[in-house]
Design a binder for this molecule. Structure first.
Ligand code: SF4
Ligand code: SF4
Length: 170
């Protein structure tokens, strides 16, 4: 490895990620923020099966360009919604995720945020979402270095996917 190459971190035994963000980045989610929950959420196949055990898929999901997403819906409220008045199907009025609060589970894409995953040259590369720097209140908001806790952001399942790229939206 040369000095110019980004570091590789072993996230699980034998599963490495190329870290393309500043290793000093810290993060702690600010619950009242909910910015990342105002969008549709990509569901990998395993997420889809897990979600089927917790919710009515016909109401909570939609197909877009051949892939499954948690649907966005217009909410009858003014808080925790995007400019168009809509948010993730599971974002409750109190700003909490129904799946996380009631089922202690959330889709992979929600764990990964505010990071971004892309498969390049057979390697999982992890960067920060560009828009997160403008909207995610948790960036550099704590002492918790992301690089030391990558397993909390990157489910091992990502290494088994033909296309783990997270940059796919509704
Ligand atoms: S599933 Fe939960 S964590 Fe994910 S975007 Fe929706 S409300 Fe947020
Ligand atoms: S945008 Fe960042 S701080 Fe806001 S809810 Fe999402 S992860 Fe948490």
């Amino acid at each position: 490895m040369t000095d110019d190459e980004p570091p590789r971190v072993e996230v699980y035994p034998g599963r490495e990620a190329v870290v393309e963000f500043d290793p000093n980045l810290t993060f702690e989610c600010v619950e009242e923020c909910t910015w990342c929950c105002q969008h549709g959420v990509l569901l990998y196949d395993e997420d889809f099966l897990e979600l089927a055990e917790r919710a009515d898929l016909s109401e909570a999901t939609t197909r877009f360009r051949g892939e499954d997403f948690v649907t966005r819906e217009t909410k009858d409220r003014e808080t925790h919604v995007a400019d168009d008045g809509a948010a993730c199907y599971f974002l409750r009025e109190d700003g909490l995720c129904e799946l996380h609060a009631e089922h202690d589970w959330k889709p992979t894409r929600c764990s990964v945020f505010p990071l971004e995953v892309a498969l390049e040259g057979g390697e999982i590369r992890v960067s920060t979402r560009e828009k997160a720097w403008d909207h995610c209140e948790g960036m550099n908001a704590s002492e918790r270095r992301v690089v030391d806790h990558l397993d909390a952001f990157l489910p091992e399942y990502l290494w088994e996917l033909d296309n783990p790229d997270t940059k796919r939206g509704l």
